[in-house]
Write a protein that binds this ligand. Sequence first.
Ligand SMILES: N=NNCCOCCOc1ccc(-c2cn(C[C@@H]3NC[C@@H](O)[C@H]3O)nn2)cc1
Length: 447
Amino acid sequence: MSIIQFPKEMKWGVATASYQIEGAINAGGRGASIWDVFAKTPGKVKNGDNGDVACDSYHRYEEDIEIMKDLGVDMYRFSVAWPRIFPNGTGEVSREGLDYYHRLVDRLTENGIQPMCTLYHWDLPQALQEKGGWDNRDTIDAFVRYAEVMFKEFGDKINHWITFNELWCVSFLSNYIGVHAPGNTDLQLATNVAHHLLVAHGKAVQSYRKMGLDGQIGYAPNVEWNEPFSNQMEDAEACKRGNGWFIEWFMDPVFKGAYPSFLVEWFEKKGITVPIEAGDMETIQQPIDFLGINYYTGSVARYKENEGLFDLEKVDAGYEKTDIGWNIYPEGFYKVLYYITEQYGQIPIYITENGSCYNDEPVNGQVKDEGRIRYLSQHLTALKRSMESGVNIKGYMAWSLLDNFEWAEGYSMRFGIVHVNYRTLERTKKDSFYWYKQMIANQFFEL
Ligand SMILES: N=NNCCOCCOc1ccc(-c2cn(C[C@@H]3NC[C@@H](O)[C@H]3O)nn2)cc1
């Protein structure tokens, strides 16, 4: 039996996102987002699910906060729906929209829970998409305007800000692979989007600094880990390309002021260029206070000519999988965190998302989600290994507090430590909730 102990200053929390939990899509004058449109496009989301009601957290946030209070978290990572603040993407600000988030943040603070606010968690105002969305550089300025309104309104209440969640998903998953909104399948467009997101991030950080606010600001890329199948150079190089698509592509510009040349050249061979304009790289390289990291899974992978974008194929190495079919790969969590620290130094890191999909249902009021408890203990062990290896971890936000709308999977895939009955909206704390509660209280767990 071994004890995995965390430092007393470690911040523990849970994470959610606006479109996935709020519902109330017309309340307070909220405008349409690209996910409202995408989810209602036939064939895009499993079972035709959408976020019209979701967990109804717009109305039930007080109950959700009571649950968090019982859990004993230090922080709650939530996202703001841009279309609640700017229903048309630009122009008039919605006071009703701002007031909803004041109610949420004030209730959190009353309960001793620190808000960690994500400004962009994928719900772009549809009005901006209709003008080109993130492919249009004007959207950068619209985002900065939105960010400045939020900083001005909440700068004295929120001390941890995240500009963008999972830039790889917003750019490549949503505009090249095409399975998320708006569903484009154009690599050059996706590369433009990725660049414009990074510029928007840099400009928002500049605005935050100009306001002289004393909180912390960062961003939250998602990463996965590809482990070479063999010690053959071609396997290592292919995995480096696959990993770099998540890591270096979105972190080198922020921490080193340039895109990784090994990938720029790889893309150029495919006729893809980055639409860099004068001053962009200096803008992107604004110093940040912390790096958010979202990690779920990894794979063993190897070189295969003409396979995918990077001559890289995943190999089924027989790892157990969660109910969404992703490998359970805690070793990858340790490796990616160690790699990031090797590349960029000991920047403070919050794990802004880590969690697992298990679709256990309540039986006599109990949800026995042993798989999620095992995933949590394995990944928190990997996290502790990284900390003892010099990775500067400041906090861990479990994805997610609640079962919620899992994008293209709809409500079919459950990531919550609290079960949600989508017919009655009843919340049921799962066994993993009680495991996490105990771990937070003790700051350790036994393996
Ligand atoms: N790597 N190559 N893939 C090629 C083939 O892709 C097909 C599908 O790909 C993906 C990749 C990643 C994801 C994903 C989902 N979440 C969970 C959410 N995170 C933010 C929060 O809102 C959670 O709901 N994180 N990541 C989904 C689909």
